[in-house]
Design a protein around this ligand. Structure first.
Ligand SMILES: [Zn+2]
Ligand SMILES: [Zn+2]
Length: 373
């Protein structure tokens, strides 16, 4: 009997149903991965709530953060993107998008190719397993694939909890902080201490920040931010006005303001504050505000007359993903990455996972839900 696998299928926002599809032998340039863990990202929740369009149209398999083992390799696929031999059974991470390499954005070295989800098809279109919430995922040409670095003794390999969010959340933060440039000794303000913000505290410190200040409204998140390297935290309940928070950052920078601010809240209303937290010539990077049409008031004067840089970043380049894995391996004893994934659900309980994750988000819990198919 032919092998089949389950996939969660969404017909738009809201409930998903579990369907069974044949697991086809991979085409010459494809690989079939047996998914071992997929995590629920903030953008998955945005799609589930109908706040932004899903990756692909029609009935699709959602999800994009995942890891797993090579189940079957196409005849022509012999190495990962770094040229290292790839074998069935190898643990891998991979990008969830495929830059086309041939459009104006790609040819200009922009990370955000407008056609990067063009190979996402409906669940009924072979090879069916186009998303993350399924037993399998089919890697297609153009997706970067990297072996998960193995521990020399094999006893201390990176667990799935650390690896699964690497292709989205961690890589996104790493690339954003690279693009906005951390100078040695910078004061970096992180607006929002959710999953992205906690990664950002650790990455900014490791990139040479002198001082990291995390802002959030949930005390538990701020406690975690300190565990992830933040030197100071701002509790919105204790400093409820923008003026107080600006003063707090100025007091910690001899009146200058921060060198860098990173927006990872998803709340457009924080953007003006982000500008005001910066010194003259400071650099502002926006990552979290991804919902189309969500607007906020900004005073352009505070960009121009203070000569501040403002940068939006989505997506990343191929080099980011293997460095994200090496970063985890190097610093896993230093920062509690394992706390970022707290709840695990079998694939059949995907709807409960989303409901719980949505509730956790509204309550301010940072924990990511994981699907273990
Ligand atoms: Zn994501
Ligand atoms: Zn392109």
């Amino acid at each position: 009997m032919a092998l089949t696998g389950r996939a969660a299928v969404a017909h738009g926002p809201g409930r998903m149903e579990i369907r069974e599809y044949p697991v086809l032998p991979p085409a010459r340039d494809q690989a079939v991965v047996r998914v071992s863990m997929a995590t629920v990202c903030g953008s998955d929740l945005h799609m589930w709530r109908g706040e932004m369009p899903s990756l692909g149209s029609g009935a699709v398999v959602p999800g994009h953060e995942m890891t797993g083992r090579i189940h079957a390799l196409g005849a022509e696929l012999r190495t990962d993107t770094l040229g290292r031999p790839l074998l069935e059974g190898d643990r891998v991470v991979f990008s969830f998008f495929n830059p086309c390499g041939a459009c104006w954005a790609c040819l200009s070295n922009t990370a955000r190719c407008p056609h990067r989800y063009r190979l996402r098809a409906t669940a009924d279109t072979a090879p069916h397993f186009h998303g993350a919430y399924a037993d399998y995922h089919v890697i297609k040409p153009g997706q970067w694939v990297f072996k998960v670095p193995a521990d020399v003794n094999g006893s201390d390999d990176l667990p799935d909890e650390l690896v699964a969010p690497a292709n989205c959340a961690l890589s996104q933060v790493l690339y954003a902080l690279h693009r906005i440039r951390i100078w040695l000794g910078d004061t970096v303000v992180i607006q929002g201490a959710g999953g992205l913000g906690l990664y950002a505290c650790a990455v900014a410190k490791e990139m040479g920040a002198g001082q990291v200040i995390a802002i959030d409204r949930i005390p538990e998140r701020l406690r975690l931010a300190r565990a992830f390297g933040a030197d100071a935290t701002v509790d919105l309940n204790k400093l409820p006005t923008k003026a107080e928070r600006v003063r707090f950052v100025q007091e910690r920078t001899e009146g200058r303001g921060a060198d860098v601010a990173l927006e990872v809240t998803g709340v457009p209303q924080v953007v003006q504050e982000g500008l005001e937290l910066l010194r003259y010539g400071g650099r502002y990077c926006l990552v979290g505000t991804i919902v189309p049409g969500a607007s906020a008031e900004v005073v352009p004067h505070d960009v121009v007359r203070a000569s501040r840089d403002v940068l939006g970043v989505v997506g990343y380049e191929a080099w980011v993903l293997p460095r994200a894995l090496e970063f985890l391996q190097r610093t896993r004893q230093k920062y509690p990455f394992h706390l970022l994934v707290s709840h695990r659900y079998p694939l059949e309980e995907i709807n409960r996972a989303f409901e719980d994750a949505d509730w956790a988000l509204s309550q301010g819990n940072v924990t990511r839900a994981a699907i273990v198919p």
